[in-house]
Design a protein around this ligand. Structure first.
Ligand SMILES: Cc1cc2nc3c(=O)[nH]c(=O)nc-3n(C[C@H](O)[C@H](O)[C@H](O)COP(=O)(O)O)c2cc1C
Length: 173
């Protein structure tokens, strides 16, 4: 699979089976996160793997959607404001770093035949409380993952995107 084929394959999967995911595949996607680039290479991130029933029930309270409850595994992507690079204008790059690592996870998962979906519209305070996340660390995204209910979902989910003409400016804005 070429890189562009993988990028086309990755899509938001919101239907999962309960089939266990092999530990090697979990290790593979975590390694893809670990190898992500970050500003000044500060690597201001933590990844909380949630797979036991109690943890999953708590996480489902943070994003109470029916489809989300079906996911067999979750990752909580956390960014550490104390470890992230701040530019001269004080812009905190934690979100950018966490987002790169998150997308590495999603792409690596798709390559392994696993579905994922970015979730940011969750109750961050409840998540912080349930999972003992310290004040300076922010839960940035939740990534449910597992085998999709139908592998054809990878092919059938439409890619709705703006055209190249709409988004590319040549030489100057
Ligand atoms: C930063 C970010 C936050 C998102 N938050 C949510 C979310 O809270 N709930 C959800 O169902 N999808 C969420 N999504 C998924 C997007 O809706 C989805 O990526 C987009 O529609 C493109 O579709 P695709 O992922 O299938 O290519 C999020 C995606 C990104 C990148």
């Amino acid at each position: 699979m070429s890189f562009l084929e993988l990028v086309r394959k990755r899509c938001s999967i919101r239907k999962y089976t309960q089939t266990p995911v092999e530990q090697e595949k979990i290790d593979y996607i975590l390694e893809a996160a670990r190898l992500s680039p970050s500003a000044v290479n500060y690597q201001p991130w933590y990844f909380v793997l949630v797979q036991d029933l109690e943890g999953k029930a708590k996480l489902q309270e943070c994003y109470p959607r029916e489809w989300f409850k079906q996911a067999p595994y979750y990752l909580i992507i956390c960014g550490d404001h104390e470890q992230s690079w701040k530019r001269g204008d004080h812009k905190d790059h934690m979100d950018i770093d966490a987002a790169i690592a998150t997308e590495h996870i999603c792409l690596a998962a798709a390559e392994q035949g696993l579905g994922t979906c970015w979730v940011c519209n969750f109750d961050t305070e409840l998540c912080r409380k349930h999972f003992n996340i310290p004040e300076t660390i922010e839960p940035v995204a939740l990534i449910p993952f597992g085998y999709p209910s139908d592998p054809m979902l990878f092919d059938e989910t439409p890619k709705k995107r703006k055209s190249i003409e709409e988004i590319i400016k040549w030489e100057s804005f």
